[in-house]
Design a binder for this molecule. Structure first.
Ligand code: F6P
Length: 535
């Protein structure tokens, strides 16, 4: 018996209470006053989860708001939904599938499908170690061909942990059907020293199959003969991989969502770059976060608290976007990874019963590593007309010896979070000197330009070091937060029907590009198509 649908957030008493609370007090909450009134605010609103220390104190919530948000989680029976997911229930109801990426990182015997998970893991890691023996394997370049979940996770993780990567193996990632992407990579390669991984859960994805064909043709044209030794597939569709001509296959299962799959054989590039021990450490870090999510009481449960803040900001304050600012260059691809994780999971507009929702769901996730973002879009974060909650990710110890630059990086991250919160009044601005201002400008006018509203919320996530274990925990934290916010909103976070329409239209338009047939098209698409065919 599947767990009955939990009450949708907007149909709970807590929702009505939150509405009232927002109207009465919540919308006027002032962080500066809250800190002045409560010297223990940081201590109360910060918490330790596995590998991640979280400071939630710069968020627009008091104890009263949090109590109501926790009541919402209770009424929506989030813990029962979580337990059902972890036990292997068909949480992805529209596709009738279990959602068990957590089983991929559980110790043997601790989660469903343990035997096949661990057998597949051992086989994948043993293969990775053989390739990493570069003297014997001869492999120097690895090209992962995949897109979405079959690209973003491994790419993000390999980049994050680059300092630990095998010194003689370079990992490349090709995703776009735009062949400029693969051409850029192929130019650098020697066929005899290259391993291609064709990574596709379905093995039907147009971009990946197109790039895989280009890679195979290139390989043969450049003297490559041993396809079996230089091409492997990672897929749930082993038969299609074999039909494509790839016999070395690492399988995974339909209960692993694409955007939750880096823990499966989709993580092969990570294992090739970092080795079996580091891959196991990545899994162990994620598992530690899984245990935290499964067992920590709601009021100290970090993924749940972050999800509740997401609901508070999105549905009550009406904030439409959230900025992720990792102050670590290794995490440069984390915002892109989180875009798929959050927006493909929770960008939905009907509930589990197919009823249109009256409330907003996933906002836009975006970001860039600090300090680069400071010199691009932080102006808008500080003085723009929209409030954008920011997530700062700081790493206490760097992996490089340049202590001075690391101190500057950390200082900048702290400064931005503080500046967003404290702001600067017009009076303060007027008292300051502004040497670059026009000499004849009215000081009162100038002060209005130079003031900051402040009271802009942020969360700071702090890692001791960026290691496979802490990265695993950080990613699992985001996965569970997405699950919890999706469950509160009453949606299925694990399907992605919204990508189908464009795919179907692209195959139709591909044929029309060849034939020139514009019958039945709107005049804009028809006009553009004709123009693109001309000449
Ligand atoms: O963009 C839709 C999607 O299905 C994603 O969910 C998935 O991660 C990506 O395409 C790639 O799919 P596959 O791994 O099956 O090639």
């Amino acid at each position: 018996m599947p767990t009955p649908f939990s009450p949708r957030c907007d149909r709970t008493e807590a929702w009505a209470d939150l509405r009232q609370h927002f109207h009465d007090r919540g919308r006027r909450f002032d962080l500066r006053t809250a800190f002045a009134d409560d010297p223990r605010r940081f201590a109360t609103l910060s918490l330790e989860a596995p590998e991640v220390f979280a400071d939630l104190s710069k968020n627009l919530v008091g104890a009263d708001t949090l109590a109501l948000l926790l009541a919402l989680a209770r009424e929506c029976r989030i813990e029962a939904r979580r337990d059902a997911m972890l036990a292997g229930e068909a949480t992805n109801r529209t596709e009738g599938r279990a959602v068990l990426h957590t089983a991929l990182r559980a110790p043997r015997g601790a989660a469903p499908h343990a035997a096949q998970v661990h057998d597949a893991l051992e086989a994948m890691l043993a293969y990775a170690e053989r390739v990493r023996d570069t003297a014997a394997s001869g492999i120097r370049d690895v090209v992962n061909i995949g897109i979405g979940g079959s690209d973003l996770g491994p790419q993000m993780a390999v980049r994050a942990l680059q300092e630990r990567a095998h010194p003689a193996i370079t990992c490349h990632f090709v995703s776009n059907v735009d062949a400029h992407d693969i051409a850029r990579v192929l130019r650098q390669l020697d066929a005899t020293r290259t391993l291609f991984i064709v990574a596709s859960k379905t093995f039907t994805t147009q971009e990946t199959l197109t790039n895989a064909r280009i890679a195979k043709d290139w390989f043969v044209a450049h003297g490559g003969r041993d396809i079996a030794g230089h091409f492997v597939a990672v897929t749930t569709n082993v038969r299609s991989a074999a039909e494509f001509g790839i016999d070395t296959t690492f399988a995974f299962w339909d209960w692993v969502g694409g955007r939750y799959s880096l823990w499966s054989a989709i993580g092969l590039p990570i294992a090739l770059a970092l080795g079996a021990d580091d891959f196991r450490a990545l899994l162990a870090g994620a598992h530690a976060m899984d245990r935290h999510f499964a067992t920590a009481p709601a009021a100290r449960n970090l993924p749940l608290l972050l999800a509740l803040l997401d609901v508070w900001y999105r549905n009550f304050h009406g904030f439409a976007t959230r900025c992720v600012a990792p102050y670590h260059q290794g995490l440069a691809r984390l915002p892109a990874y989180l875009q798929q994780l959050e927006m493909e999971s929770n960008g939905k507009r009907v509930d589990l019963a197919g009823e249109p929702l009256p409330h907003a769901t996933s906002g836009v996730i975006w970001g860039e590593p600090g300090t680069n973002g400071q010199h691009a879009f932080f102006q808008m974060l500080h003085q723009g007309s929209d409030v954008v909650p920011v997530e700062f990710i700081l790493v206490r110890e760097s992996a490089h010896p340049h202590a001075d630059s690391h101190a500057k990086l950390i200082a900048n991250g702290l400064a931005q979070a503080r500046a967003l919160m404290v702001g600067k009044t017009v009076d303060e601005a007027q008292r300051e000197r502004a040497p670059t201002a026009a000499p004849d400008i009215d000081p009162a006018v100038l002060a209005r330009h130079r003031s900051f509203p402040g009271n802009r919320p942020s969360t700071t996530l702090l890692l001791e070091r960026l290691t496979p274990r802490s990265l695993g925990a950080l990613i699992a934290l985001y996965e569970h937060r997405v699950f919890a916010s999706g469950a509160l909103w009453g949606i299925n976070s694990f399907d992605q029907w919204g990508v189908e329409l464009g795919k179907a239209m692209a195959s139709d338009l591909l044929q029309r590009l060849a034939s020139g047939d514009t019958r039945g098209l709107d005049s804009s698409t028809a006009g553009l198509l004709s123009r693109l065919r001309a000449g």
